[in-house]
Ligand binder design. Structure first.
Ligand code: E4P
Length: 217
């Protein structure tokens, strides 16, 4: 399972990319608004850090297909591997159908059901982004949603990849990997939490302490 980072914060992206394990960056209008920069500037700054082979996801904000498509082509110019996020709605699916026929890579976002994921796949979306944390927030089971979509996509031989979004903690990432999600997009804080285990911390401290006792030349 690939790991993408779910932020537009330059310091967090730099720090995460140094690890060598991140293959993409996802944004949405809320994530962009936190950085206090113009959308185009935020994406260009990210592109400078991650290089041209990394996927960067940028979202359209129009609500009709015609303008979504116009925006998609503008966003696409910002980076070689730009993925255009388009919200799940009738106009969005119309735009994705057209863009996918023209070879533009898309991600249908704000997906909360298997029915919506089927529509996205049939429109030719490159990715669909089910929001598991937000499903959990209202008493649903986000992981069950991912499992259901995976099962359908596998059974139907659908090419659309699942980029599981709205991940909130390391257990989400583990469960996503077990469910076979293609990608988990994960906030910086959660990536850092994934490193943590008290036995690792204590074990390393003990190794360092014992190393002091080893005679040195
Ligand atoms: C992806 O970019 C999604 O928009 C994002 O993961 C949503 O996360 P949230 O539910 O924590 O806002």
């Amino acid at each position: 399972m690939k790991i993408f980072i779910d932020t537009a914060n330059i310091n967090d992206i730099k720090s995460a990319f140094e690890l060598g394990i991140i293959e993409g960056v996802t944004t949405n209008p809320t994530i962009i608004s936190k950085e206090g920069k113009k959308f185009e500037d935020a994406i260009k700054e990210i592109a400078e850090i991650v290089g041209e082979d990394t996927y960067i996801f940028g979202e359209v904000v129009s609500l009709d297909a015609e303008n979504m498509i116009k925006e998609a082509y503008e966003i696409k110019k910002l980076h070689k591997n730009m993925i255009i996020k388009i919200p799940m709605c009738k106009e969005g699916i119309k735009a994705v159908s057209k863009l996918s026929k023209d070879g533009v890579k898309t991600c249908v976002t704000l997906c909360f059901s298997a029915a919506q994921a089927i529509l996205a796949a049939n429109a030719g979306a490159t990715y669909v982004a089910p929001f598991l944390g937000r499903v959990d927030d209202i008493g649903g089971n986000g992981i069950h949603l991912i499992q259901e979509i995976m099962e359908i996509f596998e059974m139907q031989g659908m090419d659309t990849q699942i980029v599981a979004a709205s991940t909130r903690h390391p257990l989400h990432v583990i469960e996503l990997a077990k469910a076979g999600a293609h990608v988990a997009t994960v906030p910086y804080k959660t990536i850092m939490q994934m490193f943590e285990h008290p036995l690792t911390t204590n074990g390393l401290a003990q190794f360092m302490k014992d190393w002091e006792k080893v005679p040195k030349a």
